[in-house]
Ligand binder design. Sequence first.
Ligand code: FE2
Length: 329
Amino acid sequence: MTDHGEAAEPMNELAHLGHGALLTPTLDETLSYFVDLLGMDVVEESGGSYYLRAYGDYERWTVRVTAADRAGAEYVSWRTTSPQALQRRVAWLEEHGYGGRWAGPEHGKGPAYEFEDPDGHTFRIYYETERYVAPEGKRPVIPVNVQAYAGRGANVHHLDHVNLLARDVRACRRFWEEGFGLRTYEIIERPDGDGEVGAWMSSSIQGHELIYTQENTSGSGRMHHFAYVVESREDVLRAAEIMADARIYIEAGPSRHTAIQGFYLYTREPGGNRIEVANGGYLVFAPDPKPYVWTAEEWAEKPGWGARIPPEFHVYGTPVVDREKEMLT
Ligand SMILES: [Fe+2]
Protein backbone atom coordinates (compact mmCIF):
# COMPACT_ATOMS: atom_id res chain seq x y z
CA MET A 1 0.00 0.00 0.00
CA THR A 2 1.25 3.43 -0.84
CA ASP A 3 0.24 6.83 0.46
CA HIS A 4 -3.56 6.48 0.25
CA GLY A 5 -3.03 5.88 -3.45
CA GLU A 6 -2.86 2.84 -5.65
CA ALA A 7 -2.49 -0.38 -3.74
CA ALA A 8 0.59 -2.44 -4.41
CA GLU A 9 0.13 -6.20 -4.43
CA PRO A 10 -0.96 -7.06 -0.88
CA MET A 11 1.83 -8.24 1.36
CA ASN A 12 0.91 -10.82 3.98
CA GLU A 13 3.97 -11.09 6.15
CA LEU A 14 2.65 -10.27 9.64
CA ALA A 15 0.00 -12.57 11.08
CA HIS A 16 -1.02 -10.70 14.20
CA LEU A 17 0.18 -8.71 17.18
CA GLY A 18 2.19 -11.10 19.36
CA HIS A 19 2.77 -9.69 22.82
CA GLY A 20 3.86 -6.68 24.73
CA ALA A 21 6.60 -6.31 27.34
CA LEU A 22 5.44 -3.80 29.92
CA LEU A 23 7.44 -2.13 32.66
CA THR A 24 6.03 -1.07 35.99
CA PRO A 25 7.35 0.65 39.10
CA THR A 26 4.75 -1.17 41.21
CA LEU A 27 5.17 -4.83 40.27
CA ASP A 28 2.95 -6.46 42.90
CA GLU A 29 0.06 -4.06 42.36
CA THR A 30 0.36 -4.31 38.58
CA LEU A 31 0.31 -8.11 38.72
CA SER A 32 -2.75 -7.96 40.95
CA TYR A 33 -4.43 -5.69 38.37
CA PHE A 34 -3.74 -8.15 35.55
CA VAL A 35 -4.65 -11.27 37.51
CA ASP A 36 -7.45 -10.22 39.85
CA LEU A 37 -9.05 -7.39 37.88
CA LEU A 38 -8.46 -8.30 34.23
CA GLY A 39 -8.73 -12.03 35.00
CA MET A 40 -5.47 -13.17 33.42
CA ASP A 41 -3.13 -15.96 34.55
CA VAL A 42 0.59 -15.93 35.22
CA VAL A 43 2.08 -18.86 33.27
CA GLU A 44 5.76 -18.24 33.91
CA GLU A 45 8.02 -16.27 36.15
CA SER A 46 11.72 -15.90 35.57
CA GLY A 47 14.39 -13.33 36.06
CA GLY A 48 11.96 -10.94 37.68
CA SER A 49 9.58 -11.02 34.71
CA TYR A 50 6.04 -12.40 34.81
CA TYR A 51 4.42 -13.84 31.69
CA LEU A 52 0.64 -13.66 31.52
CA ARG A 53 -2.15 -14.86 29.26
CA ALA A 54 -5.84 -14.24 28.74
CA TYR A 55 -7.97 -17.37 28.50
CA GLY A 56 -8.53 -17.00 24.75
CA ASP A 57 -4.91 -16.38 23.75
CA TYR A 58 -3.70 -19.32 21.64
CA GLU A 59 -0.08 -18.54 22.36
CA ARG A 60 1.28 -19.30 25.77
CA TRP A 61 1.50 -15.67 26.84
CA THR A 62 0.73 -12.23 25.45
CA VAL A 63 2.14 -9.84 28.02
CA ARG A 64 5.36 -9.77 30.00
CA VAL A 65 5.46 -7.59 33.11
CA THR A 66 8.80 -6.55 34.60
CA ALA A 67 9.66 -4.28 37.50
CA ALA A 68 11.42 -1.05 36.53
CA ASP A 69 11.79 2.47 37.82
CA ARG A 70 9.18 3.70 35.33
CA ALA A 71 6.14 2.50 33.41
CA GLY A 72 6.11 1.99 29.66
CA ALA A 73 6.46 -0.61 26.95
CA GLU A 74 9.85 -2.24 26.65
CA TYR A 75 8.83 -3.64 23.29
CA VAL A 76 5.85 -4.83 21.25
CA SER A 77 5.98 -7.87 19.00
CA TRP A 78 4.35 -9.35 15.91
CA ARG A 79 4.17 -12.96 14.81
CA THR A 80 5.03 -13.36 11.13
CA THR A 81 3.07 -15.60 8.79
CA SER A 82 6.00 -17.96 8.14
CA PRO A 83 9.70 -18.46 8.87
CA GLN A 84 10.39 -17.17 5.35
CA ALA A 85 8.35 -14.04 6.01
CA LEU A 86 10.43 -13.42 9.11
CA GLN A 87 13.67 -13.65 7.11
CA ARG A 88 12.28 -11.41 4.35
CA ARG A 89 11.23 -8.72 6.81
CA VAL A 90 14.62 -8.81 8.52
CA ALA A 91 16.24 -8.37 5.12
CA TRP A 92 13.96 -5.39 4.40
CA LEU A 93 14.80 -3.79 7.74
CA GLU A 94 18.52 -4.17 7.21
CA GLU A 95 18.34 -2.88 3.63
CA HIS A 96 16.41 0.21 4.72
CA GLY A 97 18.55 1.29 7.63
CA TYR A 98 16.43 -0.21 10.40
CA GLY A 99 18.74 -3.10 11.24
CA GLY A 100 18.66 -4.34 14.81
CA ARG A 101 19.64 -7.54 16.56
CA TRP A 102 18.40 -11.05 17.19
CA ALA A 103 16.99 -11.84 20.62
CA GLY A 104 16.95 -15.43 21.83
CA PRO A 105 13.85 -17.58 22.42
CA GLU A 106 11.72 -16.61 25.37
CA HIS A 107 9.42 -19.07 27.13
CA GLY A 108 7.87 -20.69 24.09
CA LYS A 109 8.38 -17.88 21.59
CA GLY A 110 11.17 -18.43 19.10
CA PRO A 111 14.08 -16.19 18.14
CA ALA A 112 12.95 -12.64 17.50
CA TYR A 113 14.47 -9.81 15.52
CA GLU A 114 14.44 -6.55 17.45
CA PHE A 115 14.39 -3.14 15.79
CA GLU A 116 12.98 0.35 16.22
CA ASP A 117 10.25 2.16 14.32
CA PRO A 118 10.87 5.75 13.15
CA ASP A 119 9.76 7.15 16.52
CA GLY A 120 12.08 4.93 18.53
CA HIS A 121 9.61 2.32 19.79
CA THR A 122 11.20 -1.10 20.09
CA PHE A 123 9.51 -3.93 18.20
CA ARG A 124 10.25 -7.61 17.76
CA ILE A 125 9.13 -10.01 15.03
CA TYR A 126 9.17 -13.79 15.45
CA TYR A 127 7.55 -16.85 13.95
CA GLU A 128 8.11 -19.86 16.20
CA THR A 129 5.67 -20.08 19.05
CA GLU A 130 4.37 -22.57 21.55
CA ARG A 131 0.64 -23.10 21.57
CA TYR A 132 -0.85 -23.07 25.03
CA VAL A 133 -1.84 -26.44 26.42
CA ALA A 134 -4.17 -26.06 29.37
CA PRO A 135 -3.23 -28.01 32.48
CA GLU A 136 -5.66 -30.12 34.46
CA GLY A 137 -8.24 -27.84 35.98
CA LYS A 138 -8.12 -25.37 33.10
CA ARG A 139 -9.04 -27.75 30.24
CA PRO A 140 -12.04 -26.57 28.23
CA VAL A 141 -15.03 -28.87 27.78
CA ILE A 142 -15.00 -28.08 24.05
CA PRO A 143 -11.55 -29.16 22.93
CA VAL A 144 -11.36 -26.52 20.21
CA ASN A 145 -11.12 -23.88 22.91
CA VAL A 146 -7.69 -23.07 24.24
CA GLN A 147 -8.57 -22.87 27.89
CA ALA A 148 -11.62 -23.14 30.10
CA TYR A 149 -13.69 -19.97 30.50
CA ALA A 150 -11.90 -17.88 33.10
CA GLY A 151 -14.89 -16.00 34.51
CA ARG A 152 -12.69 -13.93 36.82
CA GLY A 153 -12.48 -10.16 37.03
CA ALA A 154 -13.09 -8.43 33.69
CA ASN A 155 -12.60 -11.84 32.05
CA VAL A 156 -10.54 -10.51 29.12
CA HIS A 157 -10.40 -12.94 26.21
CA HIS A 158 -7.34 -12.08 24.14
CA LEU A 159 -4.84 -9.39 23.27
CA ASP A 160 -6.42 -6.89 20.90
CA HIS A 161 -4.27 -3.88 20.03
CA VAL A 162 -1.62 -1.41 21.07
CA ASN A 163 -1.59 2.37 20.64
CA LEU A 164 1.75 4.17 20.50
CA LEU A 165 2.50 7.88 20.48
CA ALA A 166 4.59 9.26 17.62
CA ARG A 167 6.05 12.63 16.80
CA ASP A 168 5.60 11.80 13.12
CA VAL A 169 2.54 9.59 12.71
CA ARG A 170 2.80 9.58 8.91
CA ALA A 171 6.40 8.35 8.96
CA CYS A 172 5.45 5.48 11.27
CA ARG A 173 2.41 4.59 9.16
CA ARG A 174 4.46 4.48 5.97
CA PHE A 175 7.15 2.39 7.68
CA TRP A 176 4.64 -0.35 8.48
CA GLU A 177 2.79 -0.13 5.18
CA GLU A 178 5.89 -0.24 3.02
CA GLY A 179 7.99 -2.58 5.09
CA PHE A 180 5.40 -4.99 6.41
CA GLY A 181 2.20 -4.62 4.40
CA LEU A 182 0.05 -3.43 7.27
CA ARG A 183 -3.32 -2.10 6.13
CA THR A 184 -4.39 1.34 7.25
CA TYR A 185 -8.11 1.69 7.83
CA GLU A 186 -8.41 5.26 9.12
CA ILE A 187 -6.24 8.37 9.19
CA ILE A 188 -6.83 11.77 10.81
CA GLU A 189 -5.10 14.69 9.14
CA ARG A 190 -3.40 17.48 11.06
CA PRO A 191 -5.30 20.79 11.15
CA ASP A 192 -2.64 22.33 8.89
CA GLY A 193 -2.93 19.38 6.49
CA ASP A 194 0.78 18.76 6.84
CA GLY A 195 0.88 15.33 8.38
CA GLU A 196 -1.37 13.15 10.47
CA VAL A 197 -2.48 12.99 14.09
CA GLY A 198 -3.70 9.41 13.98
CA ALA A 199 -3.47 6.20 11.94
CA TRP A 200 -5.24 2.89 12.61
CA MET A 201 -3.43 -0.12 11.16
CA SER A 202 -3.86 -3.89 11.05
CA SER A 203 -2.37 -7.03 9.57
CA SER A 204 -5.82 -8.53 9.08
CA ILE A 205 -9.53 -7.77 8.75
CA GLN A 206 -9.54 -6.60 12.37
CA GLY A 207 -10.00 -2.83 12.44
CA HIS A 208 -6.95 -2.05 14.52
CA GLU A 209 -3.94 -3.84 15.89
CA LEU A 210 -1.43 -0.99 15.83
CA ILE A 211 -2.46 2.63 16.28
CA TYR A 212 -0.25 5.69 16.17
CA THR A 213 -1.47 8.96 17.60
CA GLN A 214 0.26 12.30 17.91
CA GLU A 215 2.90 12.72 20.61
CA ASN A 216 2.07 16.08 22.19
CA THR A 217 4.99 16.25 24.61
CA SER A 218 8.75 16.24 24.27
CA GLY A 219 8.79 12.47 24.76
CA SER A 220 9.48 9.79 22.18
CA GLY A 221 9.01 6.05 21.94
CA ARG A 222 6.09 6.21 24.34
CA MET A 223 3.04 3.99 24.71
CA HIS A 224 -0.50 5.33 24.78
CA HIS A 225 -2.33 2.13 25.69
CA PHE A 226 -2.40 -1.64 25.55
CA ALA A 227 -5.76 -3.37 25.01
CA TYR A 228 -7.40 -6.70 25.74
CA VAL A 229 -10.78 -7.63 24.34
CA VAL A 230 -13.85 -8.93 26.13
CA GLU A 231 -16.70 -10.85 24.56
CA SER A 232 -19.45 -8.22 24.69
CA ARG A 233 -20.20 -4.57 25.27
CA GLU A 234 -21.90 -5.59 28.50
CA ASP A 235 -18.60 -7.05 29.64
CA VAL A 236 -17.01 -3.61 29.19
CA LEU A 237 -19.64 -2.13 31.54
CA ARG A 238 -19.02 -4.95 34.00
CA ALA A 239 -15.29 -4.22 33.85
CA ALA A 240 -16.04 -0.61 34.79
CA GLU A 241 -17.90 -1.78 37.92
CA ILE A 242 -14.99 -4.01 38.91
CA MET A 243 -12.35 -1.32 38.29
CA ALA A 244 -14.33 1.38 40.12
CA ASP A 245 -14.77 -0.73 43.24
CA ALA A 246 -11.07 -1.59 43.15
CA ARG A 247 -10.30 2.16 43.15
CA ILE A 248 -8.60 1.89 39.77
CA TYR A 249 -8.52 5.19 37.92
CA ILE A 250 -10.94 5.21 34.99
CA GLU A 251 -9.75 7.81 32.52
CA ALA A 252 -12.39 7.40 29.80
CA GLY A 253 -15.48 5.37 29.02
CA PRO A 254 -17.30 3.16 28.92
CA SER A 255 -18.20 4.59 25.54
CA ARG A 256 -17.62 4.09 21.84
CA HIS A 257 -14.83 5.45 19.69
CA THR A 258 -15.46 7.22 16.41
CA ALA A 259 -12.42 5.69 14.71
CA ILE A 260 -12.94 1.94 14.14
CA GLN A 261 -15.97 2.26 16.48
CA GLY A 262 -14.79 -0.01 19.24
CA PHE A 263 -16.44 0.10 22.66
CA TYR A 264 -13.91 1.02 25.33
CA LEU A 265 -12.93 1.44 28.96
CA TYR A 266 -9.60 3.10 29.68
CA THR A 267 -7.96 2.54 33.04
CA ARG A 268 -4.53 3.14 34.44
CA GLU A 269 -3.06 0.09 36.03
CA PRO A 270 -1.35 0.89 39.36
CA GLY A 271 2.05 1.28 37.68
CA GLY A 272 0.69 3.99 35.38
CA ASN A 273 0.30 2.17 32.06
CA ARG A 274 -2.99 2.94 30.34
CA ILE A 275 -4.83 -0.34 29.76
CA GLU A 276 -8.02 -0.67 27.73
CA VAL A 277 -10.79 -3.22 28.05
CA ALA A 278 -12.24 -3.26 24.53
CA ASN A 279 -15.00 -4.81 22.51
CA GLY A 280 -16.09 -4.56 18.90
CA GLY A 281 -14.84 -2.35 16.15
CA TYR A 282 -15.60 -3.13 12.55
CA LEU A 283 -14.02 -5.74 10.29
CA VAL A 284 -12.76 -5.03 6.78
CA PHE A 285 -13.22 -7.83 4.27
CA ALA A 286 -12.22 -5.99 1.09
CA PRO A 287 -8.84 -7.17 -0.21
CA ASP A 288 -8.07 -3.66 -1.44
CA PRO A 289 -9.15 -1.37 1.41
CA LYS A 290 -8.56 2.34 1.19
CA PRO A 291 -8.14 4.23 4.44
CA TYR A 292 -10.81 6.74 5.37
CA VAL A 293 -9.00 10.05 5.74
CA TRP A 294 -10.63 12.43 8.21
CA THR A 295 -9.96 16.11 7.80
CA ALA A 296 -9.35 17.91 11.09
CA GLU A 297 -12.65 19.80 10.71
CA GLU A 298 -14.63 16.66 10.02
CA TRP A 299 -13.01 14.88 12.94
CA ALA A 300 -13.73 17.78 15.31
CA GLU A 301 -17.46 17.43 14.62
CA LYS A 302 -17.36 13.90 16.05
CA PRO A 303 -20.24 12.34 14.15
CA GLY A 304 -22.24 9.60 15.84
CA TRP A 305 -22.56 9.02 19.55
CA GLY A 306 -20.00 8.53 22.25
CA ALA A 307 -18.52 10.67 24.99
CA ARG A 308 -15.81 13.17 24.25
CA ILE A 309 -12.36 12.06 25.29
CA PRO A 310 -10.78 14.04 28.19
CA PRO A 311 -7.83 16.32 27.27
CA GLU A 312 -5.34 14.20 29.22
CA PHE A 313 -6.03 11.35 26.81
CA HIS A 314 -4.12 13.28 24.16
CA VAL A 315 -1.13 13.96 26.41
CA TYR A 316 -0.58 11.19 28.94
CA GLY A 317 1.56 8.22 27.95
CA THR A 318 4.21 5.99 29.43
CA PRO A 319 6.93 6.54 30.34
CA VAL A 320 5.59 9.73 31.86
CA VAL A 321 7.59 12.82 30.92
CA ASP A 322 7.79 16.02 32.95
CA ARG A 323 6.47 18.03 30.06
CA GLU A 324 3.11 16.31 30.49
CA LYS A 325 2.54 18.06 33.76
CA GLU A 326 3.11 21.41 32.11
CA MET A 327 0.74 20.59 29.29
CA LEU A 328 -2.01 19.37 31.56
CA THR A 329 -2.20 22.57 33.58
FE1 FE2 B 1 -7.76 1.39 21.92
